[in-house]
Design a protein around this ligand. Structure first.
Ligand SMILES: Cc1cc2nc3c(=O)[nH]c(=O)nc-3n(C[C@H](O)[C@H](O)[C@H](O)COP(=O)(O)OP(=O)(O)OC[C@H]3O[C@@H](n4cnc5c(N)ncnc54)[C@H](O)[C@@H]3O)c2cc1C
Length: 811
């Protein structure tokens, strides 16, 4: 066995084999995989191994497309051919208009990734799948490339090609311990000796947390028992003369595909079970859980109703095995939070279909630091703090119970809520708040007009439209108050704090005490990594001179990694997170200054405290830090308050606001208002796929600076010219917003992709942001938006249609 290598991948299922293979494809051949038993002896060997192109965002579609292309290439390789039923086709069924509308959105989104889905009616479903009855069926989404693959052969083929390229695989070699050294390298201890390496990868499948424990990490991954059975031959299949398409059914929670001349049918029963919560038998190898068909009787009937031929068909065998789930249903592929040189590819619940793509994206991250797509939807750092075992299992159960039911816009399912709250959460609930969830935080979405107000799940504007409009009207005419909890906040101290940030930020950062600025951090590819509000606080009785670095709610672990990775050993800089200690009360509207003056001593005039200022003060008797910044486009103040005095500060602001018409507003109003101002959201509009010029952030870049992270790469991108440009669009419809991922078309060709959309209540326009081909970015240009199957005229307009000179927010 090698005693030193570059990367050790732990686990030889599809996740590990794909990672190893793709590391060699990225040019790293000094790489090793260690497997405690035989390859595929975890979950992979008994997988139903369906391979679909369907995904709920473009990254998922793109990675699945990669899997399909790769598997086809491997299947056709004469040197090591494998069994892959490529292109049997598959149907996701639907029995509601809302589901059908969702499918039309996903078809629009996939088209931007060169994937053509088709939305078909019930009769067409039955024509393509002769066993299907049309009763209680509206139609479905057709994925022409759906199929299935032999999972063991696939992994063996990946291993074969990786070995050929120089990788080593050690089977029957359990990893027993991991040691990280001061220089961030690792020693992987195995039963057959140690391997020193630069980088470790956890691909441990359902043993993910045994491997995690070896590096003091608990991953938010839980296993569920999952069953399918194989039927005897079915006459209609024998006679059909073609393979049956796959089915996935959100109506009755099952999937099925052809297996020999019968069917393989898998179930997602409501009475489901977690597995291995109290530890896993070390001898559970190539093993299954006991059959438990009683558990699936509720969903079985639905399958019988849909395919009556099943009533006449016997069961040949049953498979029940563990399958891993995460908090939000998507896997964890990328850097392990808080660790250096440690990656994971875990929580795969559709690992055969996705595994080719996940290994591809992970290998790119390991070798280049970033992948070709923005991988935030997979990033293990997208969850912060709150993701313990109990919450993970609750969300895993909920996700399993809803396997094929996609989330609608604004849908947040109830399991594990509330997870993160502030002292104001019950107060807001008593005010009638509807909550949205942001990184586990319960955040006010809007104030309900009555207790039994429950808007529909839809891709159209829902019944909250007018409610949100009224909140915005009051912000525009009087003043509104909004609690923004969970916003990421770091305190950066030390003599070198300005020089440190200056190195990371691509523009100018004000060093003046009492001033605030917006800054962008680029990755080493010259594209957008992070967005931060930088506030310079002077020394006071609350602490030394310091910078407050504020960024998006979910960015805490991501940004902390990025900042601390770039700290030099000889620099006097300390970074500490205040994210869970401080909450923001946003006061916005023309009367905001009057309200602030009524509850906080001091001169808050525009002269004494202009736009982009920061100051420490008291709100009533609560210590607070106030910044004059605005996301709504109105005169606004962010009042940062420690959670311990948040309620007191809130009472003081509310009382002060009474004479000025103060009322509450929520996240939906914020979202709509920022669309009118040309302000962006991190990871919706600000992506690692685009540079700041493509994103329209030219004014935040200073190429004349001597250096900053990503500068050389950005220069190359500038020389090459933009691939896409961010534009603001107005849409010629009032019934639905544009949804992230939707395609913009010209002459039936995709020319752009929407990142955000919402109604601009103050300008009376349906607005969207989109990345489009550069020659289409001039105001006045028109194209067609595929909005859930409808072609809607979309016209490029000037950014920030509401108060473009920002006069209102300057006060
Ligand atoms: C019944 C069922 C049906 C499914 N159907 C589908 C489907 O149709 N389509 C689809 O895409 N997915 C399906 N899945 C899911 C899919 O099978 C899994 O997502 C995938 O197999 C997970 O692969 P993995 O590599 O992450 O885990 P595993 O296959 O479990 O591999 C992990 C490996 O790590 C090794 N390991 C663990 N600890 C150590 C250690 N300390 N040292 C060394 N090695 C270690 C294990 O021995 C194991 O071989 C199904 C799953 C089940 C249970």
């Amino acid at each position: 066995m090698k005693s030193r290598t570059k990367v050790v991948v732990i686990g030889g299922g599809i996740a590990g084999c794909s990672t190893l293979f793709h590391l060699t494809r990225e040019g790293w051949s000094d790489v090793v995989l260690v497997e405690r038993n035989e390859l595929t002896s975890g979950t992979t060997w008994h997988s139903a191994a369906q391979v679909t192109n369907f995904g709920v965002n473009q990254t998922m579609v793109g990675l699945k497309t990669h899997s399909i292309r790769l598997y086809k290439e491997l299947a056709e390789d004469p040197e090591y051919p494998i069994n892959y039923h490529h292109g049997d086709g598959g149907i996701r069924l639907a029995n509601t208009d809302a589901q059908m509308q969702g499918y039309r959105h996903f078809a629009s989104m996939a088209r931007g990734m060169d994937v053509e889905f088709e939305v078909i009616d019930a009769e067409e479903c039955a024509r393509r799948h002769p066993l299907v009855s049309t009763s209680n069926l509206l139609g479905g989404l057709w994925d022409p490339l759906d199929g299935d693959i032999d999972p063991a052969q696939l992994c063996q083929a990946l291993a074969y090609h990786a070995r050929k390229a120089g990788a080593q695989i050690y089977r029957n070699t359990p990893v027993t311990e991991l040691t990280q050294h001061r220089d961030d390298t690792w020693t992987v201890h195995t039963e057959h000796g140690n391997i020193d390496c630069d980088i470790v990868v956890n691909a441990g499948g359902y043993r993910v947390n045994e491997v995690g424990a070896m590096m003091d990490v608990h991953h938010p991954v839980a296993s569920m028992e999952h069953q399918y059975f194989l039927t005897e031959d079915i006459a209609e299949i024998v006679q059909a003369g073609h393979r049956m398409p796959l089915l996935r059914c959100p109506i009755s929670d099952y999937y099925c595909r052809q297996e020999k001349n019968g069917l393989l049918i898998g179930f997602y029963e409501q009475g489901c079970k977690t597995w291995g919560m109290d530890g896993i038998d070390p001898n559970f190898v190539n093993a299954l859980c006991p059959d438990d068909l009683d558990r699936i009787t509720d969903v079985l009937q639905g399958a019988f109703d849909r395919m009556p031929a099943l009533l006449e068909t016997g069961i040949r065998s049953v498979i029940n095995g563990p399958i891993t789930y995460t908090i939000d249903g998507a896997p964890l592929v990328g850097q392990i939070p808080g660790k250096r040189n440690a990656f994971c590819i875990i929580g795969l619940r559709a690992g055969l279909g996705e595994g080719g793509g996940h290994g591809w994206l992970l290998a790119q991250q390991i070798v280049h630091g970033e992948a070709c797509y923005d991988t935030w939807c997979l990033d293990p750092r997208r969850f912060t703090g709150h993701t313990n075992v109990e919450l993970t299992s609750l969300k895993a159960i909920e996700d399993y119970q809803n396997e094929f039911r996609f989330h609608f816009p604004h849908e947040h399912r109830p399991a594990g809520r509330p997870a993160k709250t502030t002292p104001l959460t019950p107060v807001m609930a008593a005010e009638g708040a509807e909550f949205t969830v942001v990184n586990g935080w319960e955040r006010v979405d809007y104030i309900k007009p009555r207790a039994d107000f429950h808007p529909s799940l839809t891709f159209n504007f829902d019944e909250a439209f007018e409610v949100v409009g009224r909140e915005i009207e009051n912000v525009r005419n009087n003043v509104g108050l909004c609690e923004v909890n969970g916003f990421n906040r770091f305190e950066i101290t030390g003599a070198d704090r300005h020089a440190f940030l200056d190195r990371l930020v691509c523009g100018t950062v004000s060093k003046r005490e009492g001033r605030v600025g917006l800054a962008y951090l680029l990755n080493h590819q010259g594209r957008i990594k992070s967005e931060a509000t930088i506030a310079n606080l002077p020394q006071s009785d609350r602490g030394p001179a310091r910078i407050w670095y504020g960024s998006a709610a979910a960015s805490e672990l991501h940004d902390m990694d990025w900042l601390t990775q770039h700290l030099r050993k000889d620099e006097d800089v300390q970074v500490r997170s205040l994210t869970n200690e401080q909450t923001i009360l946003v006061l916005a509207g023309p009367n905001a200054r009057k309200v602030l003056s009524a509850c906080a001593r001091g001169d808050w005039s525009n002269h004494a405290f202009p736009w982009l200022s920061v100051r420490e003060c008291f709100i009533g008797h609560s210590p607070a830090t106030v910044m004059s910044v605005s996301f709504s486009g109105e005169l606004a103040y962010e009042i940062h308050v420690p959670n311990s005095s948040l309620y007191a500060a809130y009472l003081a602001v509310r009382k002060a606001g009474e004479p000025f018409g103060l009322s509450l507003f929520g996240a939906r109003a914020v979202e709509a208002m920022r669309m009118e101002k040309g302000f962006f959201h991190w990871k919706a509009d600000l992506l690692t796929e685009f540079d700041p010029y493509e994103t329209g952030l030219d004014r935040f870049v200073k190429m004349s600076k001597s250096d900053f992270v990503g500068k050389a790469a950005l220069q190359d991108l500038i020389n090459r010219g933009p691939v896409r440009k961010m534009v603001t669009l107005k849409l010629d419809t009032a019934h639905a917003p544009a949804h992230g991922g939707a395609s913009l078309m010209l002459d039936n060709t995709v020319v752009g992709t929407v990142t955000s959309g919402d109604w601009g209540h103050r300008v009376g326009l349906n607005l969207a942001y989109a990345f489009v081909e550069p020659e289409l970015s001039t105001p006045g240009t028109t194209m067609l938006l595929d909005l859930c199957g409808d072609r809607i005229e979309a016209t490029v307009i000037q950014p920030s249609p509401y108060d473009p000179d920002h006069m209102r927010m300057r006060g």
